[in-house]
Write a protein that binds this ligand. Sequence first.
Ligand code: FES
Length: 592
Amino acid sequence: MTHNCQSDPSADQPDTPAAARSSSGLRQGLTNYGDEGFALFLRKAFIKGAGYTDDVLSRPIVAIANTGSAYNPCHGNAPQLIEAIKRGVMLAGGLPVEFPTISIAESFSHPTSMYLRNLMSMDTEEMIRAQPMDAVVLIGGCDKTVPAQLMGAAAANVPAIQLVTGPMLTGSHRGERVGACTDCRRFWANFRGDQIDAAEIDAVNNQLVATVGTCSVMGTASTMACIAEAMGIMLPGGATPPAVSAERMRIAEKTGQQAVAMIGAQLTPQKILTPQAVENALRVLLATGGSTNGIIHLTAIAGRLGIRLDLQRLDHIARQTPVLVDLKPSGQHYMEDLHRAGGLTTVMRRMRHLLHLDALTVTGRTLGEELDAAPADFPQDIVRSMQNPIYPEGGIAVLSGNLAPRGAIIKQSAANPALMEHSGRAVVFEDAEDLARRIDDPDLDVHADDVLVLKRIGPVGAPGMPEAGYIPIPKKLARQGVKDMVRISDGRMSGTAAGTIVLHVTPEAAVGGPLAIVRSGDRIRLSVAQRVVALEMDDAQIAERLAALPPVATETNERGYRKLFLRSVTQADEGCDFDFLQAPHMTVSVPR
Ligand code: FES
């Protein structure tokens, strides 16, 4: 697995222009002075200023994308991980060089972390391209970081291996096990409904995030970690070890070692992130009850490689892929339990007939070979069998209909079965501000069987498609004990959230999608069985209302990144990537 790297014999030779054009180590990607020999001479002079010897500088370089940040507690173990990665790189004969990139933490990003994902992907891609490196270790973790890194690395196509910071441990509140962030939402809903008081909500606030690391349930961070392992771009067993465990540090050390081995084999992302790998990721996302956000991120990653994710085909495979993993928000347990149950290996073994076992991984072996080589199964009750699943179909269903001509998503495994076939009166909020202003108004005309509709929280509308699709239950209903209602928006929701919530309605209201024409009092039908979300209105009236919408502004007075974002962001069905970052052509569709 490791690569015994010899010193580069040319390192002792005078640096010539020909040597400067060599494409490894410090010699690659020279600064353009019009004199490559001088560029290398200068580069070495500067790095020697940091105390490096010629021997060390002749080694293959493994860069480490350091996403540690005091604003990102989910990455709070980054310093220890970097130390372990460096140990692994050096044991394998490489030179580790860390560099910073943007770090995005979910709860510290305004207006929403999704607004910054593409910026982080550009940062990652361009820093990989700009700096001399033979391979790169990507330290991701919090929701948007892994997709951003994989989007960037896929385009840069230098051998890359994903590491994640790992899930946090759970805490305890009055004897009850709790963890971010499914329990955060449950306790907050109870507080809004006057079922717990201010003292208790303060007390539980101390317990929900017991350690550094990513959310402890199958939210977006855990989903993306599992997806990365399923795609083979992470070491087998790398998705689930807790952030503060010895196993997490060992994975980091092995990741550093493996990064050196990947150089000789030239295991680039484009060799690993194939259509088969993307299909494996989709299957695993469905079987784990993964986050709806995972669909958007996977669409964006695949889109960088010319692979189009077909939502209708996704729904087809979802019907054949049961949810096997008993983790919140679809089930009961936490990521540390999945790790103790054998991690993702246990999941993929149970569904191996649904996977492309010949897909290549960062180890140079196939997924099937890795599953065969992993430790044997043992009795556990976190990962179910195909015959006894948590939920008989995939966690996510793809809806369409006159309200969502290009699709919408519902996490059916975390929805209320009683509401999945429902027709109700729309109670409409025009945007997030309107929602904040009126949702708790005692005079709001709303009943438990109404359908809450929130517009303008899509990619352009908010902007950045915030996780505001988890529309709170109006206070006056929450106080009556109402826990769930049908909710519809063009936004996203946290992967840790649960409820009968239709998301990603595409096209969004802000670009003239049919959601824009819905008015309070209209009737909306949701049928998850028939995969329909529709306005109960005839086509002529819909056309009339659409024609009466004000024209969508094509220019904006904004500046800087916001201007770039508004001009370039694509809709949810294209992954909300920037149009100019996608591959020029989509050459294949998945799943097939
Ligand atoms: Fe960072 Fe959940 S907030 S992983």
